[in-house]
Design a protein around this ligand. Structure first.
Ligand code: B12
Length: 350
C-alpha cells in the first residue's frame, strides 16, 4: 500500500488563500528580486515619481523586503481579480460623462484585500507556531509587482503592471512577509514579446521606454495623486477620465484570456461609479462628495481634485451646456478648481 503524502504547508496555504478570495498565489524568497532596489533608485533619481515624496522618503525600506524587516525569509504574494465584464475603453465616446477606472468602480480594494490577507496570516500563525507575519497592500514601503513576479503570479508587462496568463492585467496585489522558510514557486516567463500595444495607446505618452513609466505624465497620477494644477499640455489627452486610467491595461492582448468569472464580488461595479455625469460631478460640494464616494478608493482624493478633474473633462467635451456651472466654479475657494474651470471655459469658447 502506498501512503498518501500529507499536503505541504505551501499547499494548505494556497487552499486557505483561495477560500479567502485570492485567485493568484505564489511564494518567493525574500531576496528573490535583487534588481528592484537599483531600479527604484534610478526611477527616483529621474524624478519620475513626481510629487509622490512618500516613494522617496522610505526608499531603503521599499527597495527590498529585508530593508523593511531584516527577519523576513519568505514573501507570500497574492492576487485578487477585478476583471471587468465590459470593455473599459467603451466610454471614450461619451464626452458628457466621466470615466472612472475599473479598479475604483467597486469596493475599496485596500479594505477588501487587507481583510483577506489578515485572515490568511492568522491561519499561518496558528499553523506554524512561532511564525511571524506582516501583511501589506499598497500603502507600505513594499514593491508588490516585482515580488509577485518573483513568486510566479505573472510578469511585469511593458506597462510595468503585473500581467497574468489567467487574469490578464486585472489583479490587485497583496503580500505577506513571514519569518517562515517556505518553498518558493517557479517564476513565470515574461511574454510581452514584440507587442507594444500598451506603449502606443497611452494618451499622454507616459512611457519613455518599455517597462518604464514616468508617473508625471500618467493620467492615473495626474487625476489621483497630483494635487496641483494638471499641466496644460497634458489636459487634452485626459479626455473624459476623471479618476485613473485603464488604457495601457485594457490594450493588453493577454486580457482576452482573463477569466472574468474570477472577479471578486466586492469589485462588481456600483452603478453610480461606472459613468457619472460630468454635470453631477461639477456640482459636488464636500458633503456630497463624501456621500457618493464612501466605501470607494475615490474618497481619498477629496472633492477639490474630483471637481478639478471634472472641469478638465468638461473643457475637453466641446459641450457648451457646462459653461453655466463653470462660470460659478471660476470663483471656487479651491485654486485648482478655479484654475481648471477658467481653462475649461476658454477651451469651450475656442
Ligand atoms: C506608486 C504607484 C503608482 C504610481 C506609479 C506607477 C508605477 N508604475 O510605478 C501611479 C499613481 C502612476 C500608479 C498608477 C496605477 N496603479 Co499603482 N501603485 C503604485 C505603488 C504604490 C508602488 C509602485 C512602485 O513601486 N513603483 C516604483 C517603480 C520604480 O516600480 P515598478 O513600477 O515595479 O518599476 C519596475 C519596472 O520599471 C522595472 N524595470 C525597469 N527597467 C526595466 C527593464 C526591463 C527589461 C524589465 C523587464 C523591467 C524593468 O523595474 C522596476 C522595479 O521593479 C503600487 C503598490 C505597491 N506598494 O507596490 C501600486 C500598484 C502598482 N498600482 C496598481 C494599479 C492597479 C494602478 C493603476 C492600474 C490604477 C489605474 N487604473 O489608474 C495605474 C497603472 C499605471 C501604470 N501603468 O503603472 C496595482 C497594480 C496591480 C498589478 N496587477 O500590477 C498596485 C500593485 C496596487 C495593488 N496593491 O494592487 N500607481
Amino acid at each position: 500500500m502506498v501512503a498518501e503524502a500529507l499536503p505541504s504547508i505551501e499547499q494548505k496555504l494556497e487552499d486557505v488563500a483561495r477560500e479567502h478570495g485570492f485567485v493568484a498565489f505564489g511564494i518567493a524568497r525574500a531576496d528573490a528580486a535583487p534588481h528592484t532596489a537599483a531600479r527604484l533608485g534610478e526611477w527616483l533619481a529621474e524624478g519620475r515619481h513626481g510629487d509622490m515624496i512618500w516613494m522617496e522618503s522610505r526608499a531603503g525600506q521599499r527597495g527590498s523586503p529585508q530593508g523593511l524587516w531584516p527577519d523576513v525569509r519568505s514573501v507570500v504574494a497574492l492576487g485578487m481579480s477585478y476583471a471587468p465584464a465590459f470593455d473599459p475603453l467603451a466610454l471614450a465616446d461619451e464626452p458628457a460623462r466621466g470615466r472612472i477606472s475599473v479598479y475604483a468602480q467597486g469596493a475599496d480594494y485596500h479594505d477588501v484585500v487587507k481583510r483577506a490577507l489578515k485572515a490568511v496570516a492568522r491561519w499561518m500563525v496558528a499553523e506554524a507556531k512561532g511564525a511571524e507575519v506582516k501583511v501589506f497592500v499598497d500603502t507600505a514601503p513594499v514593491m508588490e509587482k516585482p515580488l509577485a513576479a518573483a513568486a510566479g503570479l505573472g510578469w511585469q508587462g511593458k506597462h510595468t503592471n503585473l500581467v497574468s496568463r489567467e487574469h490578464g492585467s486585472w489583479l490587485f496585489l497583496g503580500a505577506i512577509y513571514t519569518t517562515l522558510d517556505l518553498t518558493p514557486s517557479r517564476p513565470a516567463r515574461a511574454t510581452c514579446g514584440s507587442c507594444a500595444a500598451c506603449q502606443h495607446v497611452c494618451p499622454t505618452q507616459a512611457f519613455p521606454a518599455p517597462y518604464q513609466l514616468d508617473a508625471r505624465r500618467c493620467i492615473s497620477y495626474l487625476t489621483i495623486e497630483h494635487d496641483g494644477p494638471i499641466p496644460v499640455d497634458l489636459r487634452r489627452g485626459i479626455g473624459n477620465r476623471v479618476y485613473g486610467c485603464d488604457d495601457c491595461l485594457a490594450a493588453c492582448p493577454w486580457n482576452k484570456f482573463a477569466d472574468t468569472a474570477a472577479r471578486h464580488r466586492a469589485f462588481l461595479p456600483r452603478a453610480e461609479l461606472v459613468a457619472p455625469s460630468l454635470a453631477d460631478l461639477l456640482a459636488l460640494d464636500d458633503a456630497g462628495f463624501r456621500q457618493v464616494f464612501a466605501g470607494s478608493p475615490i474618497k481619498r482624493i477629496g472633492r477639490n481634485r474630483m471637481v478639478r478633474n471634472a472641469a478638465v473633462a468638461a473643457g475637453n467635451s466641446g459641450d457648451a451646456r457646462f459653461r453655466e456651472r463653470l462660470e460659478v466654479l471660476i470663483a471656487d475657494e479651491s485654486p485648482i478648481v478655479a484654475e481648471a474651470a477658467a481653462w475649461a471655459l476658454a477651451e469651450l469658447a475656442s
